[in-house]
Design a protein around this ligand. Sequence first.
Ligand SMILES: Nc1ncnc2c1ncn2[C@@H]1O[C@H](COP(=O)(O)OP(=O)(O)O)[C@@H](O)[C@H]1O
Ligand SMILES: [Mg+2]
Length: 358
Amino acid sequence: MTAVTIERVSRSFDSVHAVREVSLEIRDGEFFTLLGPSGCGKTTLLRMIAGFCELDAGTISFGGRRIDTLPPHRRNTGMVFQNYAIFPNFTVGGNVAYGLRARKMPATQIAQRVETALKLVHLDGYDARWPHQLSGGQLQRVAIARALVIEPEVLLLDEPLSNLDAQLRVEMRGEIRQLQQSLGITAIYVTHDQEEALAISDRIAVMRAGTLEQVGKPEAIYRDSATPFVAEFMGVTNLLSGNVTRREDAHVVIEVAGTEFHMEGSLSATGPAVAFCLRPEALRVIAPGDVVPAGWTSLEARLVRVEFLGALTRLETRIAEGATLRVALLDQPLDALSPGCVLTLAYDPRRTTPFKTS
Ligand SMILES: Nc1ncnc2c1ncn2[C@@H]1O[C@H](COP(=O)(O)OP(=O)(O)O)[C@@H](O)[C@H]1O
Ligand SMILES: [Mg+2]
């Protein structure tokens, strides 16, 4: 088990600042995810930790020991790549044994370690198979076994599931998380899939254009997104802005496109302009005759579109001056709703998240 300390690490490629002055403390045994859109610097940062990419500036330490000056094979990391990087001319066993042979371990010990690693990824008995005989999911398991067999201090995974189909991705992410927890190993996981990150991480760092936008637990990243970029990246949402019209202690009324929104909580804004996030699932449709829950606030909106997604139904609505308000309903029967009708929507004002204004 090893804590990873990244201090003011930067790397450019010509004029592209792939990673700029990133600092992170990753805890012992933590499942830590680097999340962000394509091109934001996730792979570059991971490769710098592994030793496959040089730093322009900064330091990286494992358990207080500086490692960014060491060659990759002396850093004791195991890496799993997006494209598996399985050697086609080696058997499964040969692939998994590769790192141990390179370390000149005795053959009997190698055989034992390979067997254990294949068991960990549920591929016992597969050591004599050839890569072309395996499915995508099985190849990725071989890649994970190959990374774990050297008993690394830190496991690095770069979008390991992106070549698998949706159902298998969900299954495999659970397995990777379980494996990491049972081994108690520190893992740094790269993905651009926010649901995947939320599902398996202890903490997430959201990256944008080479910098960290927010670091925190999944719930905090989703519920208390620090910036509009994070709020939007973490899932379909409503980003609203308007002017404060009334204020009473922690209760703030904001006018957005001719409609009053209520916010409950601390507001750091000094001027009248406020930007905030209201998640679609925080909004409910109040049927005629039903009451608005105590402490909630309601507003009227015109229904524009209904999108039935199975577990979830998404509504697009429009408020007074034409601004869009998205609503997500879980298992709320909608028989009477058709585009054009006026809905009463309600939400708990504590579910609004204000952004810091600069
Ligand atoms: N070897 C390289 N040569 C030139 N540009 C690179 C290289 N590696 C990465 N980049 C650039 O650095 C930025 C970050 O890339 P990358 O770390 O791969 O992002 P991500 O993994 O988040 O998609 C991108 O603009 C990419 O084009
Ligand atoms: Mg990448």
